[in-house]
Each structure stands twice: as structure tokens, then as C-alpha cells.
Write a protein that binds this ligand. Sequence first.
Ligand code: 1CP
Length: 354
Amino acid sequence: MPAPCAWHDRGVTLQDSPFLRACRRLPVDRTPVWYMRQAGRSLPEYRRVRADVPMLEACARPDMIVEITMQPVRRHGVDAAIYFSDIVVPLKAIGLDLDIKSGVGPVVADPIRDADGIKRLRELEPDDVSFVTEAVGTLVGELGPTPLIGFAGAPFTLASYLIEGGPSKNHERTKALMYGEPELWNDLMRRLSVITLEFLKVQVAAGAGAVQLFDSWVGALSAEDYRASVLPHTAWIFERLGELDVPRIHFGVGTGELLSLLSEAGADVVGVDWRVPLDKAAQRVQPATALQGNLDPAALFAPWEVVAERARDVLTRGRAAEGHIFNLGHGVLPNTDPDMLTRLTEFVHEESQT
Ligand code: 1CP
């Protein structure tokens, strides 16, 4: 019976991977490293395959998803792959009229701002995203012992795109709804939580070895507002994800003041941006939490010696955490020299070798 045997072998080596071990706060022989937005515009091979294919079409084609997800793994030798998609893919899949505009980001044709709008958010069925199941299945076969991270946008960050209609600096309409109409807000957040949970479950059922919930813009909130209006919803998602027995990573930008609450929401790993050193962050999160981060992505534009020195500092401070996964403090910037990332990956591996 070669097939089940191969799966079994993969299971053993996969669970031994430095990435999954660090997520579970187990000893590792080197610090694992991957980069948020490691696929994408920094890679010439990405720009080539995407040249004639709109972003949301690429996100719905298993052949493109597999190729783009594999590109940074092949090139940089990172310790984990992240499933190529976007946070708005599940919203598109339930029929919302939205697009990803090049150089802008997600744009929603008819923003959601009232009870009628919220009713348009139906539940996500696995069949709506059958391309995800197919792509993840192929990917885990190709990746072998390298884990695949599934991901989704968290309800607050998704709500911001839906309410504002696109990227927003101040999230003013989002906050107006949150502060002014808490019942509507909670209805919106509940519906988005159900969609997000289902989208992550589909990825795990197909073989993703970990999940990351991106609440990228939640750093715009005070701790009190986060606790009252967001935490209950993300905690609901994390609690249900717990049944799946894969590490749960939670990340947001500018969340220094929220780190303890982000970890209270129930993640196994908290992602930290570049503003808070990891030794400080380790004091802010709940016990039994690993950290992920946190080199400033803009530092990669400085000379290599500076990058190396800063990466070494991240590794040193990361030892204060119960587990550490090296990453950037946010996504790879589009103009980053990809050779810097390859070199950084090798450096992190060599420096952290035990
Ligand atoms: O490694 C990878 O590239 C993984 C793929 C990935 C991920 C994890 C993409 C592809 N998007 C995302 C998540 C995502 N999308 C987040 C959370 C992560 C983060 O904070 O960076 C957010 C906020 C979005 C929304 C989004 N999609 C933006 C940001 C707009 C804003 O508000 O400032 C943008 C520019 C996009 C488009 C997009 N998504 C992904 C790519 C490669 C692109 C660029 C599209 C292109 O190549 O034209």
C-alpha cells in the first residue's frame, strides 16, 4: 500500500519540521524562517506568470496557485510555504462584487454599510472554493516535509475593506459603524467570522499544516475598543480552530499595545511587527505562546552588513520567547531585492544552528 505509507512518512517528517516544532514551542536545531508576502511582486518569476492574468483569476486557478506558492520555497529555501491567495478571496467566492486593482488592493463595488448590505454576506460552502481544496492537495504533495500555512483575513480587517470600499488610512466609516451601531457591527463580525472559519477549515481539511489569521489593520484600535468589539469574534474563531489541532498564528500591524489581547484571543503564535522588540513582546503575550517576526521589511534596502546585524539582534531577542519563527515585521515590499531574502534565509539558518 504505497500511498498511505507515503502519507504516513510525510506526517512524521512534517511534524518534525522546524517550523511546526517552533510553533509548538519544542526545541529546534535551527530557527525556522519564512516571509509574509514571500510570493508576489519581489519575484521576477511571479511577475512573469502573472503578466496576463488578473489577480483574482490567479487566485482561483489551481495551476497558478501551486506555481506561485512554490516559487519562494524553491528560490529562498524557506521553512514554510504560504498558500497563494488574498484575504478577499472567500468574499468573492460568496458572490460579492469586488476586484483587486493593481497598485491599489481590494476594491468593493457596493460597500456594505447597513443591515441590507450585511445580509448579502451568506455563509461560505466548501464547494464555493473547490479550487482551494484542489490546489492545497497538490501543494502538500509537492512540498513534502515543508509545511503549508493556510491563511485568512480576520473579521475586523475584512470589515474595513467591505465598509470603506477599499484600502483606508483612518478606517473612519468602519469605526463609525463599530462605535455607533454595535448591533449591526456584531452581526457583520459574526457573519465574517463564520466565513473566515470555514475558509480556514477547507485549507486544513485539504492538508495545510498551520493557519495564520491576518488582522492587518486592527492596530488602528485602542485596547478597550479591541476588547469590546473585536476580541470576542476572533476568540470565537480561534476556539473552533483549536479542534483542528494545527498551530494558529495571529498577526496585526501596529499592535504593540494590543499584543496581550491578541494572544488572549487564543493563538499559539503571535506575529509581531518591527515596532516592539521580541524580548519585550515575550513579556506581553500569554504564557505558552510562541512569537513570529520581526525584522523591519524596509531594513532589506540597507547594506547587507546592516541587515545581518539587525537579523542577529532579532534572533537574540527571539530567544526570550518560548518559541521563535523568524519573519519580517510585515510583508515583503514589492521592490525588495530577492537575493537579499535568499541571503537572509541562509544567515538565519547558520546563525541559529545549535
Ligand atoms: O506570500 C504571499 O504573497 C501570500 C499571498 C498574499 C497574502 C498572505 C497575498 C497576495 N495577499 C495576502 C494577504 C493580504 N491581502 C493582507 C494581509 C497581509 C498583509 O497585511 O500584508 C491584506 C491586508 C491584503 C489586502 C491586499 N491585497 C492589499 C493591501 C492593500 C492595502 O489596504 O494597503 C494588496 C495590495 C492586495 C493585492 C495582493 N495580494 C497578494 C498580492 C501578491 C497582491 C498584489 C497583486 C498584484 O500582484 O497585482
